[in-house]
Design a protein around this ligand. Sequence first.
Ligand code: 2P0
Length: 332
Amino acid sequence: MKLTKQDVVARFLPATLAEGAQAEAFAPSNIALCKYWGKRDKELNLPINSSLSVSLAHLGSRTRITPSDDGADHVLLNGEEQPLDSKFAGKVIAFVELFRRELDQPLTIDTHNNIPTAAGLASSASGFAALMLALDKFYDLALEPQLLSAFARMGSGSASRSIYQGFVEWQMGHREDGMDSYAMPLEQSWPELRVGLLKVATGEKKVDSRAGMQRTVETAHLYQSWPLQAAADLEKLTDAIVRRDFELLGSTAEQNALSMHATMIASWPPLLYWQPDSVAAMHQVWQLRADGLPLYFTMDAGPNLKLLFSAEHQQAVCDAFEQLEVVAPFSG
Ligand code: 2P0
């Protein structure tokens, strides 16, 4: 029988928890330089490949948990109450239930994302990481970071990486219960590194990451090459970070993203997250690079680009791309 999230989490918790008073936690968004794409276990969000990301410092989610005084759960997002039968509230409550179990304590879960909505960034990574960190405090669990990461992963795979700031590697692991599939921070920092969030289009995407990666794994023959590509890229990125080799970092991240998109395009029905403006922006990056600007991009399951460059080139990059939101991941 397949293990469920409930089975796995229960093993690490006391039989019953004490009711909590209140707790609040923040977790950053993250951008993968080596992407997570494809699962070997959908229930536990166990990946087919290891991945590596950089967290976005102050951009992310802040979640507050308080006891609710009217006998019912409440889920708020950016100050607005979400119906309990909505997709968002359903996911939040299902995750809370992994910990609350038979405790009869209704809660208010209040999440604020400060990710610029204009940047079209996904917020499930920071959202589940912040929720996990808040639950850890609320129930006074004092879990180790590796457990926090493994549990956050069950909410959303990429949330495993949002437990930490800086460069983060999520090792795929091999165990059936997934407890060796968690993220760890790298010790290296890179103060001059900049990530530029370039908005191409906003609005809900038609196929979310979860469905998109499943379709790719099931229908794209090209996907067979992905785990090899990801493993080689992860090694190159680690080397680039250790040596602070920006060209190696940028070129590897860009090729990794385009390789992931190639597997998406080779799916059936095809998955093309790009808009015409995404392609135009890619050509603009390539032209600027040909003209001598060290500038690279990465892209996720959406039309927007994330630009990678060094602080010394920020002015030139901002001149080329108006309204770029620039993040310094190692600023603090
Ligand atoms: C990543 N993405 O590594 C990749 C690149 C999107 C493209 O992680 O099903 O929202 O919740 O585990 O974590 C988005 O996938 O998917 C993602 P689930 P998740 O950042």
